[in-house]
Design a protein around this ligand. Structure first.
Ligand SMILES: [Zn+2]
Length: 308
């Protein structure tokens, strides 16, 4: 939750005007919508949702030239069973971007906001290395629990030190190429995510790597994930040299670029007439405040419930 909500919020301030003002007027919705695709998956049990959140790159046996990015072509190459097993994340990002472009063309405000929020979730997943490998929770290498530790426990502890402001969105000329590069780069980091944990595992015992009960068994959070010790989290944070922060920055920047590109490809429609003048006025004060805060690289504090 921490990552998804902060990515969506930060992406708003990465946009150029006039998009930035429009998205800001719906910032709370866009922030909250960032986690809805996971709700669809777990709470609503939507079977089709699962494959949208990951891609097991090694099991597709792609090289960078054979990694077909066009969703229609890829879906004829890989049948539904394969796609459900190995995931469709990059293709789904492209499908969503196309839908968002259509929503902009038709100036359908509800669809623009819903698709923008959801797209943020998938781009967030596409920036998380363990969403691009079949060893997604370290289960093949004796590192169970690494997934939630990396994407939830660490940002919950260190997120207040992260800088999210890395410049303004750019137009993406070739969305397929960009999406391929995004996934390949993310996937290239999976080994580091796991290796840092392996190396630290040599220095820490089970009792010092985890917060343990009186029987020396790791305590678990409400989702059943083992809770690492503060010392272990600190050691991982140091050894990874801002890796999580960099991936969050990149995700926010990329999301902003995809939103901006969809709007440009729709012919840059006027958006001010999608909100009433009085509503636009009522948002101004908070916008000014949050813009000032953004200049320091921060979003407002998002009062989500902690997972750890
Ligand atoms: Zn997800």
């Amino acid at each position: 939750m921490w990552g998804h909500q902060h990515i969506n919020r930060a992406a708003i301030f990465t946009l150029p005007e006039p998009l930035r003002s429009f998205y800001f007027r719906h910032a709370d919705y866009i922030t909250e919508e960032s986690v809805v695709p996971d709700v669809r998956k777990y709470t609503m049990g939507d079977k089709a949702e699962f494959a949208r959140h990951f891609i097991d790159m090694e099991d597709y046996h792609f090289s960078s030239d054979t990694f077909e990015m066009n969703p229609k072509k890829a879906y004829t190459q890989y049948d539904e069973k394969t796609r459900n097993e190995l995931g469709i994340l990059p293709w789904y990002i492209l499908e969503m971007t196309q839908k968002l472009t259509e929503a902009f063309k038709n100036k359908e405000k509800a669809a623009i906001l819903l698709l923008s929020g959801d797209l943020g979730h998938y781009i967030g997943d596409a920036s998380m290395p363990l969403h691009t490998t079949s060893n997604h929770n370290g289960q093949k290498t004796g590192q169970q629990g690494i997934h939630a530790f990396w994407e939830s426990q660490l940002p919950e502890i260190f997120g207040s030190t992260y800088q999210m402001n890395i410049g303004e969105a750019n137009y993406i000329k070739d969305l397929e190429k960009n999406t391929r590069e995004l996934i390949l780069h993310t996937h290239s980091l999976a080994d580091s995510v796991l290796l840092i944990d392996k190396i630290l595992g040599l220095k820490f015992s089970k009792e010092t790597a985890y917060q343990c009960d009186t029987n020396k068994n790791p305590l678990k959070n409400r989702y059943g994930n083992p809770i690492h010790s503060k010392a272990y989290a600190e050691a991982y944070h140091q050894a990874s040299n801002h890796l999580i922060e960099r991936q969050l920055q990149k995700a926010a920047y990329m999301l902003s670029c995809y939103w901006y590109t969809a709007w440009c490809n729709a012919g840059k429609p006027e958006l001010n007439d999608l909100d009433s003048q009085s509503y636009i006025e009522s948002c101004r004060e908070n916008y000014t405040k949050e813009q000032l805060l953004w200049k320091t690289g921060k979003t407002i504090e998002i009062g989500n419930k902690k997972e750890f």
